[in-house]
Design a protein around this ligand. Structure first.
Ligand code: MOS
Length: 732
């Protein structure tokens, strides 16, 4: 029986619920000291003086490090896969400049965490402060350039078509800054052994952290070793290597002991990235029949003054619907804040929100059902790239999702549906996310006893990498999944791309499959060349594998287990790298699609919105593990409820301070906010994306849900709220 396609429970589930799984901050080292960062309390300017005299005399304090005594670090150029193409990363403790509120200005190292916290509180910093620029509207913006030159796209003449369109909508949509807020904070334990550095560090990209920290300290990459077997949620915040990792390593070298540094929840709002604030204009023109004739989509997102993180707001615009005249572009507003980063479908979640709310407004202007409007404008090819889709199941998603939700029972009039005194709204939106795939490696090893071992420098921030890779390996080897041990999260394992962009299944999965097929072929060769094997003399092409054995297809009685072969031959190992099929990627446009339907209940007196239920139907290629895929999608919907109704990081305009930097003040959905969530997958057989036929699941669920909720809120109340999160005060 194949392992792929089965709803296996998580292979690491028992380790997680029993506490056996160890997260970065739990790898306590002998003699370990503790670090606490002192964060800037102004938003721009310079450090005039630092008084550390008291702090240094407090019990247990080993060192206080600031720009006054920190080592000058190499900071050699390094741009990883996920680093902004333009600008330069923050250099910690290298000068007296303050670039944003919360920037690290000093670190205390002490014997205990309490001692370090106490001493950090005793440090007094004088600043020469200026007022930071925080505005993203009414300021000069930068084009998103460099590798993002494709930020400007056009076909036809969208502006002329818009002006002539008989029906049009034209509006601006805004999204607040959001912080990732995973349960596990960023944490690093750093330990030096001579000029070699070991980091136990929260990371979605251990091989990049290795190279990045090596560049910061001017070390050969193989002198840095990074370990991260488990991640307590990340959503993009652990893709980059942030300054605290460097600080932990500086501290450990300074006191010649292992040092543990765990960011506080407040510090998680300072230097670990965020979804940038954005504003987007979307204008749609259509004929009276509902056919789109013009799409204009212009976006601006915040970035920092020192780096250009590009929130790719308009990448979805050119392929989502059929339309002859389309113009889209996105730019950046530099502000005196820390650099934003990838967060939960970065770009797509925001862009889809604007376009799908505009589509809902257009449906209203046309007096047309929102589902019918989308089906009417379904393209037959990617009109932006002028090439076919490798597969596109949006129509199936809409139809199956609508049927499951009961959309046909919707009364189209706003404020028409009620439950007692509550206003009921039904809204829908399209979801989409690219099917990324990047080169990856994996290693597989068969032993005389014990499980087959498979390893890659991948991560599992929650989606189930451990389990899905076990399933892929099991099928490639012909082993039951319980006889496979998949390991990840070490920088000395074969390199993989970042655990982001929903590309882990396609990229690492393909490499795991290739490595397992390679080691299986080696086992076949070992057996057929060995007179002691029942397979001796058979042709390799005649051998198949199942249930842990190799056998001759025409004579199934001639068989031998991997264990027996490896016991006689010695352990058999193979490594493989797998790259995307670039030819197929040139010929086809590759994306996942979905349709999301939501029901909200709005209290007309109190303005409280509850999402009563949501149905998402997704076409994501092959689903390796339906239980985990469903869990990812419902988890993404929870994130979408937060994006739509709760999450916003508010900045004090005087100094850029994130004023609600705590879990008490930054709202996220809790159990009471999450009711019935349903995710289904439409059958999709995509022969072009990769050998496994997978497109990835993680992020598509973040797209579509927020606009489906906003559209449902409009349907319930008749109020069109174009800024996220939709707040109580918007509705009363
Ligand atoms: Mo995701 S924002 O690619 O971790």
């Amino acid at each position: 029986m194949n392992a792929i396609g089965r709803p296996l429970p998580r292979v690491e589930g028992a380790a997680k619920v029993t506490g056996a799984a160890r997260y970065a901050g739990e790898f306590d080292q002998p003699g370990q000291a503790h670090a606490v960062i002192v964060s800037a309390t102004v938003g721009l300017g310079r450090i005039a003086a630092i008084d550390v005299a008291t702090a240094q005399t407090l019990p247990g304090v080993l060192a206080v490090i600031s720009h006054l005594n920190a080592p000058k670090l190499a900071y050699s150029p390094h741009k990883g896969f996920i680093d902004p193409a333009h600008g330069e990363r923050l250099h910690v403790f290298q000068d007296d400049q303050i670039r944003f509120f919360g920037q690290p200005v000093a670190v205390v190292i002490a014997d205990t965490l309490d001692q370090a916290e106490h001493a950090a509180a005793a440090i007094h910093v004088d600043y020469a402060a200026r007022t930071p620029e925080l505005r993203i509207e009414g300021v000069e913006t930068l084009p998103a350039g460099g590798s993002h030159a494709s930020a400007y796209k056009a076909r036809g003449d969208a502006d002329a078509a818009l002006s002539q369109a008989p029906v049009k909508v034209d509006a601006v949509y805004r999204i607040a800054r959001e912080n990732h807020n995973p349960m596990e904070p960023h944490a690093t334990i750093a330990a030096w052994d001579g000029d070699r550095l070991h980091l136990w560090s929260k990371s979605q990209f251990v091989t990049n952290e290795q190279v990045e920290i090596a560049a910061v300290f001017g070390l050969p990459a193989d002198h840095v070793h990074v370990t991260c077997p488990f991640i307590g949620g990340a959503f993009g915040t652990a893709l980059r290597t942030w300054p605290h990792v460097t600080i932990a390593a500086i501290g450990a070298r300074h006191v010649n002991r292992a040092v543990k540094l765990v960011l506080t929840r407040r510090q998680m709002f300072y230097t670990t990235g965020h979804r940038p604030r954005s504003m987007q204009r979307v204008a749609l023109g259509a004929g009276t029949d509902g056919k789109l004739s013009a799409i204009v989509h212009e976006g601006t997102a915040e970035t920092s003054r020192y780096e250009q993180f590009v929130e790719a707001l308009t990448t979805i615009t050119s392929y989502l619907y059929s339309c002859p005249n389309v113009r889209s572009s996105h730019g950046l507003a530099p502000t005196d804040t820390s650099t934003p980063t990838y967060m939960r479908a970065p770009g797509e979640a925001s862009g889809v929100f604007a376009v799908e709310c505009a589509m809902d407004e257009l449906a209203g202007a046309l007096n047309m059902d929102p589902v019918s409007l989308r089906l009417l404008n379904e393209p037959s090819i990617d009109e932006g790239e002028n090439r076919p889709f490798s597969s596109r199941s949006l129509k199936d998603c809409i139809e199956q999702g609508a049927a499951r939700f009961g959309w046909s029972r919707r009364d189209p009039r706003p404020r028409a549906m009620r439950d007692g005194r509550l206003l009921i709204g039904w809204g829908m939106a399209t979801a989409t996310y690219p099917a990324f795939h990047a080169p990856a490696g994996a290693r597989a090893c068969l032993h005389g006893n014990g499980p087959a071992e498979v390893e890659a420098a991948a991560s599992d921030m929650g989606p189930g990498t451990y389990t899905s890779m076990t399933q892929v390996a099991a099928d490639a080897l012909g082993l039951p999944p319980e006889h496979v041990l998949f390991q990840l999260g070490r920088s000395d394992f074969p390199r993989t791309p970042p655990h982001g962009g929903s590309m882990t299944m396609a990229s690492v999965g393909s490499a795991v499959q290739a490595a397992c097929l390679a080691v299986r072929a080696k086992a076949v060769q070992a057996a057929i060349a060995d007179a002691r094997s029942p397979l001796f003399g058979a042709a390799a092409a005649d051998i198949d594998a199942a249930d842990g054995s190799l056998f001759v297809k025409s004579e199934p009685a001639r068989r031998e287990t991997y264990a027996t072969i490896a016991a006689r031959h010695g352990s058999i190992e193979a490594e493989a790298t797998c790259s995307p099929d670039e030819d197929a990627r040139k010929r086809f446009s590759m994306h996942s699609f979905g349709a999301v339907f939501t029901e909200v209940a709005v209290d007309p007196d109190l303005g409280i919105v509850r999402v009563r239920r949501a149905v998402g139907a997704y076409g994501c290629g092959r689903v390796i593990n339906p239980r985990l895929a469903r869990s990812q999608c419902t988890g993404g919907m929870v994130g979408g409820i937060g994006m739509a109704l709760m999450e916003q990081t508010l900045l004090d305009p005087r100094d850029g301070r994130p004023v609600n930097a705590s879990m008490a003040d930054y709202l996220v959905p809790v159990n009471l906010d999450v009711n019935e969530l349903d995710a289904i997958f439409v059958e999709e057989d995509d022969p072009h994306v990769n050998a496994l036929g997978v497109k990835g699941v993680g992020e598509i669920a973040l797209t579509g849900i927020a606009p489906a909720i906003a559209n449902a809120v409009y349907h319930a109340t008749g109020k069109r709220v174009r800024a996220l999160p939709i707040r109580i005060e918007d509705l009363i």
